[in-house]
Structures are given as structure tokens and as C-alpha cells.
Design a protein around this ligand. Structure first.
Ligand SMILES: Cc1cc2nc3c(=O)[nH]c(=O)nc-3n(C[C@H](O)[C@H](O)[C@H](O)COP(=O)(O)OP(=O)(O)OC[C@H]3O[C@@H](n4cnc5c(N)ncnc54)[C@H](O)[C@@H]3O)c2cc1C
Length: 357
């Protein structure tokens, strides 16, 4: 019975293959798949500061490339933001073109004028995908873009499987969800540590000016900013990170134990939320679910227990080492190398040993 059914099926297929209908079907399938490949028309919001691209932009370009199709970079800001320099720098990367939008209201990348601007561009140019790095700015601007477009935002994408299917972490990274979006326009942010930075293309994208009429109204005003200046590597992109936790006990110890170890290793300084909340370290140094996600070659956790919310920020670290006096601390479950010791002896010893090299 099965064989007969199979035979019937293959005969039907053979007959159909000879009919114009079937060849039409094959042509239209081929057309629709090539149409699908062409269909991805991506708008990539380019974050910048003081005339330089935010490092996460390079990783976001790599993620956008996985969609196939053309990628337009959007550089927005006020003239004082050195927009030309930003556009020239971005044009070296594999983008089809760069659109530069300049208006006073766009200074400091406020979400209120930027979101309607992005939406207007998407509607005018028919972009199918809109993306940026999953940074504080991306997290601020993009959900508004999604809401204005009446689509669901897909946050913190770790993998682009196809034009409509994306992989992202949920439950503080304890589960990985594959999400298929049926929205007409896909709005998503990129987990930069999951993608390699794009390389310069050597071609040079064209740069054009956008229409200023698309800029949203200034309903919010930038008042001031307070920046922590540091000569150390940037936490988000450093190859090595040394983080201190509550075990350090106070700010003086953080400064005299964690920072010298980081300097000896040429590492960025990080901290657990408990350390930040207790005032040992600045908020910008927090690593974890509600802090920064890092993916260094080496991550050194000192006096950190390893709560899931902290581990959510280091799952992509290549080598994790931990110093903790409690052998049962959960950090040892993920550490490649662990030292059960008092950090006040072990960390300075390590600093001295590294410094001798
Ligand atoms: C919604 C939510 C979001 C959160 N987001 C984050 C986040 O982004 N990042 C984050 O880090 N946390 C986050 N947390 C908090 C998290 O749950 C933990 O409370 C926090 O990570 C604990 O920090 P810790 O490991 O420094 O402190 P503790 O858990 O108190 O651990 C201190 C460790 O130091 C060790 N220690 C003490 N003294 C010494 C010594 N002398 N030598 C060696 N070791 C010593 C102890 O054995 C202990 O393991 C979040 C929590 C919630 C609910």
C-alpha cells in the first residue's frame, strides 16, 4: 500500500513537472526565494560620541550582514557632534550607504526626537529591518521605535538565524529562546559580545544628507552628564576584566586590592551589583543582567559569589577565574580556574607575581 501510494505520488510529480503549471510554480518559487534574499533592507542606527563610533557598532554591522541584502547606516546628531567624521569612519565598513541627519534637537542622542526620525525613515524608504547595538542608547531608543511602528521589539539578539528568526537569552541567560517574528518590520537590538567586529570593506559607502523635516520634536532636554574618566580599557570591549564583589568589604579595599590587580593585568575593572550598591565601585562598572555583558579572554572574579544575575554578564567570557574563601560558592561551578583563599592575601600576591613578569 505504501509502495503504491509512493508510486502514485511520484507519477503525479512527474506529470506535473511536465505541465506549464509546474514550471510556473518552480519559477515563482525561485523568484520568491531570490525576492526573500533581496528583501532584507536594513537600517542600522550608528551610535557615536565625540566624533567616534561606539565600538558596539562594528559588531552590530556583522550581525546585520547575516540578514543579507543592503544595510544603510544612520548617523544622527547635532553638527557639534562631528557628524562628518563619524560618517567618514562608518563609510569604511560594509554598508551600502550612510544617511546623515543633523539637527540641534538630535544632540546627545535623546530618544524622544530620534525614535520618530527612525520611524519616518523606515516608512519612507521601506526598510524591513531596523537594528542597533544593545547598549543603554539602543535600549532607550529602540522599544520606542518598535511601539511607534506597532511591532514587537526583539532584544539582545545573540544569533541571526534568518530574516525572521533570531536567538536571544531569557531568564538571565539560563535559557536561550529562538524567536520567529511575523511582524512586517523587524526591530531588534544586538548583543555585541556575540558577534565579531566587522572589518573595513575597502570600498567606501556613499554618504548622503537626510531630510531635516523628519526630525521629531524636542520634548526632552539634555541637562548634564557625569562621566567617570578612566585610562583603563573599556569594560564592554576589554580583553581582560578583573571584578570585585561584596567580599572586598569596602571602597578602600576595592581601590587598593582590585584596581592594582587590574592594572597589573592591563585589564578593565568590573564589579558585582552588591559592590556597586555598597558604594565600592561606580555604577558604570557593574557586570551582569542589569549591568554590562562582557566577553573578555580572561575574567577574574574576586570575592564574588556567582549569583545567576552576575553570571548572565559573563557567559561569553573565554576563561573565568575566581578567588573566593568559600569552596561552595557557585562561581566555582563556572570557573575554569578557582582559588579557595582569602582575597586579601591572594589578590595582592597575584598582583605582585604578574607585575614581576
Ligand atoms: C533583578 C536582579 C538583577 C540583578 N542584576 C545583577 C547584576 O547585573 N550584577 C550582579 O552582580 N548582581 C546582580 N543582582 C544581584 C545578585 O543577585 C547578587 O546579589 C550579587 O551578584 C551578589 O554580589 P556578590 O557576589 O559581590 O556578593 P555576595 O553574594 O555577598 O558574595 C560575596 C562573596 O565574597 C566571598 N568572600 C567574602 N570575604 C572574602 C574574602 N576575604 N576572601 C575571598 N572571598 C571572600 C564570599 O564567600 C561570597 O561568596 C541582581 C539581582 C536581581 C534580583
Amino acid at each position: 500500500m505504501a509502495t503504491r501510494a509512493g508510486l502514485r505520488c511520484s507519477q503525479t510529480a512527474l506529470r506535473l513537472a511536465r505541465t506549464p503549471l509546474q514550471s510556473h510554480a518552480i519559477r515563482s518559487r525561485a523568484f520568491s526565494s531570490s525576492k526573500a534574499a533581496e528583501a532584507a533592507k536594513t537600517l542600522l542606527y550608528i551610535e557615536h560620541k565625540e566624533g567616534k563610533l561606539n565600538p558596539g557598532v562594528y559588531n552590530a554591522i556583522t550581525a546585520a550582514q547575516k540578514l543579507g541584502g543592503e544595510i544603510t547606516g544612520l548617523v544622527a546628531g547635532a553638527e557639534a557632534d562631528s557628524l562628518d567624521a563619524v560618517a567618514q569612519a562608518a563609510a569604511k565598513y560594509p554598508l551600502s550607504k550612510i544617511v546623515v541627519m543633523s539637527a540641534d534637537t538630535l544632540s546627545h542622542s535623546l530618544a524622544e526626537p530620534l525614535a520618530p526620525l527612525i520611524v519616518a525613515l523606515v516608512q519612507k524608504e521601506g526598510y524591513t529591518h531596523v537594528t542597533t547595538a544593545h547598549t543603554a542608547q539602543g535600549k532607550n531608543i529602540f522599544p520606542r521605535v518598535a511601539a511607534l511602528l506597532d511591532v514587537a521589539q526583539i532584544s539582545d539578539v545573540m544569533q541571526v538565524e534568518s530574516e525572521d528568526t533570531f536567538v536571544r537569552p531569557i531568564y538571565a541567560g539560563n535559557a536561550i529562546a529562538t524567536v520567529k517574528s511575523s511582524d512586517k518590520i523587524k526591530v531588534f537590538t544586538i548583543r555585541t559580545s556575540s558577534f565579531d567586529p566587522a572589518k573595513e570593506s575597502g570600498e567606501g559607502a556613499s554618504i548622503e544628507k537626510g531630510e531635516s523635516g523628519q526630525v521629531g520634536k524636542a520634548i526632552a532636554e539634555w541637562v548634564s552628564e557625569s562621566l567617570t574618566k578612566s585610562e583603563r580599557p573599556d569594560l564592554g570591549s576589554a580583553a581582560r576584566v578583573v571584578s570585585g564583589g561584596r567580599g572586598v568589604k569596602n571602597k578602600e579595599n576595592f581601590d587598593s586590592v582590585i584596581i592594582p590587580l587590574a592594572d597589573a593585568l592591563g585589564a578593565a575593572v568590573g564589579a558585582s551589583r552588591a559592590a556597586v550598591d555598597s558604594g565600592y565601585a561606580d555604577n558604570s562598572l557593574q557586570v551582569g543582567q542589569t549591568g554590562k555583558v562582557v566577553a573578555p579572554e580572561l575574567y577574574v572574579a574576586v570575592g564574588i559569589s556567582g549569583a545567576i544575575q552576575h553570571l548572565a554578564g559573563i557567559r561569553d567570557a573565554k576563561c573565568i577565574t575566581a578567588i573566593n574563601k568559600d569552596p561552595e560558592a557557585p562561581i566555582f561551578e563556572v570557573a575554569d580556574f578557582g582559588l579557595v583563599a582569602d582575597l586579601f592575601n591572594a589578590a595582592p600576591e597575584l598582583t605582585k607575581a604578574v607585575g614581576k613578569k
